[in-house]
Design a binder for this molecule. Structure first.
Ligand SMILES: [Zn+2]
Length: 51
């Protein structure tokens, strides 16, 4: 059973280089790339892909 407090996994696109990455989304809405502190281009601005 997944708690609603757990990070959700999804996909997001980098705002800088537009690469699609697997991400975790915190309950607070913060998006983090999985396994890396930021995108390989150095940006940490992501737009979550819905669905
Ligand atoms: Zn990037």
């Amino acid at each position: 059973m997944a708690s609603s407090d757990d990070p959700r996994h999804g996909l997001a696109v980098c705002e800088e280089c537009e690469s699609v990455q697997p991400v975790e989304v915190d309950p607070s809405g913060e998006i983090r790339t999985v396994g890396n502190p930021s995108c390989r281009c150095g940006s940490n601005e992501f737009r979550l892909l819905e669905g």
